[in-house]
Design a protein around this ligand. Sequence first.
Ligand code: NCD
Length: 341
Amino acid sequence: MASTETSPHVARYPAGAKAFPHRDLIGIGQLERHEILFLLDEAEQWVTLNRQPTKHNDLLAGLTVINAFFENSTRTLLSFEIAGKRLGADVVNMHAATSSVKKGETLIDTAITLNAMRADAIVIRHGSSGATQLIADKVDCPVLNAGDGQHEHPTQGLLDALALRHALRERGEAADDFTGLVIVICGDILHSRVARSNLLCLQALGATVRLCAPPALMPTGIEAMGAEVYHDFDAALDGADVAMMLRLQTERMSGQFIPSAREYHHLYGLTKQRLANAKRDALVMHPGPMNRGVEIDSEVADLIDRSIITRQVEMGVAIRMTALEVLTRRGRGVAGWGAAT
Ligand code: NCD
């Protein structure tokens, strides 16, 4: 895994660079490496707070955060809600299933409505790629992307990096960046915004990323993003430091992409035997929700010393606290956070 030699000290703030000059968090693709590291560093204080019996801070007291979720979610919605509440904000959840979206309201009209209620931050999850940007263009407050179609899921990319950093540090390894690490992302890459955000984030932090999927579930031309493409999972795992598994996003599939779940498991499921191709201490990750017995076996998902799946969930709250706190600094008049770009 990463050693001190392969992880040179990272220049966090290149001369003249602002720590975080963006109003919105739409994707990892908009972030420079030092901005990613800034967010990961800022998150550490919230990891510490979240491990205390009393997990409260009033930084966002009086602010209104709206979570507008047009797609189902368990951990992302809950962790954004918990994050806002732990920072003292008033958090309101809008579920599309019970909103006026069902009455035919357009996304832009919904955005204008949320804006008129003077939200201080809006968190959006939507089934269409680009929907978050569309809303950001119509409102006056920071917008956070909680997943838009197959495009991006930036807080997932950040929380995965934070979970990995913590796991490496606990093993006494230098994890300031991920130079020298080989990370395999295996599953339904085609339909996955998690794969895209992780590819961008992990590469920005120096890792080599191998993407593995059946040909039908691999986006064409993804090599242009710098990924190594594999269709043979055993070969992809060879010597890897991390195996990150993704579920089959059947809700996004029109038609048949795989012969059967059984066959998929046979070729692309992470079993204990298959994990033996990776490094002896390789870590196992999954953004959830898991389909046990399909993309990952229970005995691998629950490996105490190797699986960091629940740690990913833990880090999700800290990352979402960070994103809400940093993006509302301008609105809260925090010194040095005035100029919007
Ligand atoms: C992912 C998502 O919604 O993009 N889940 C998550 O946010 N933890 C991946 C998925 O649904 O499979």
